[in-house]
Design a protein around this ligand. Sequence first.
Ligand SMILES: C[S@@+](CC[C@H](N)C(=O)[O-])C[C@H]1O[C@@H](n2cnc3c(N)ncnc32)[C@H](O)[C@@H]1O
Length: 219
Amino acid sequence: MSHPQAAALERGIAALGLTLPEAAPAQLLAYLDLIARWNQVYNLTAVRDPQQMLTQHLLDCLAVVQPLRQQAAALDHADDLRLLDVGSGAGLPGVVLAIANPGWAITCVDTVAKKATFIRQVGAELGLRQLQAVHQRVEDMSTAPFSMITSRAFASLVDFVHLTRERLAPGGCWAAMKAHLTDEERQAVPADVEMFHVERLAVPGLDAERCIVWMRATV
Ligand SMILES: C[S@@+](CC[C@H](N)C(=O)[O-])C[C@H]1O[C@@H](n2cnc3c(N)ncnc32)[C@H](O)[C@@H]1O
């Protein structure tokens, strides 16, 4: 029997014009099921309705896949990007990016142990070999730097940049997933950080503003 969200996922992927690996739709649906199952015990996300979870989480994260691929190509890392997803929670967008781009080495970091444990479990069950989950404060990490650092619903832009600056490789960039950007938030970004693009996104089935705020260090 097919998964109850399979058709809606397929429509969403088509609406985004996304090309995904053959295994991706089944992996995304299995991920959805794992979130729902673990949510009963661990409270990973406040969104509980499966249809809402599909739109507000999976499609919302799938909407950034193509823009991130384009930027990875511009960084000359189309197929081998090292990406850090900060404050991943249940793995959003890190797990979705790992499913969409199996060649990318993706590290998800979160201060909450059960969230890192959940992401490790997802990686093991879905065979996502390039996905890692770290239970730590991002500012305490001491790993090799990353070419791209993402976040979704994590912090203000100024805090995002401040807390992760040491982890960004020279020439790399930040991608903050946001609903919208306020003037106050824009103005608080440090002078040595260039906000080089605010990319508007349309999420299938979601009547809400979404964007990626792209930034890079100028020194
Ligand atoms: C609002 S949740 C967003 C989760 C996920 N990105 C999403 O979009 O559903 C923010 C997450 O950031 C984590 N967090 C907060 N401060 C952090 C820090 N300094 N380093 C790493 N993770 C942090 C929290 O534990 C929480 O899971």
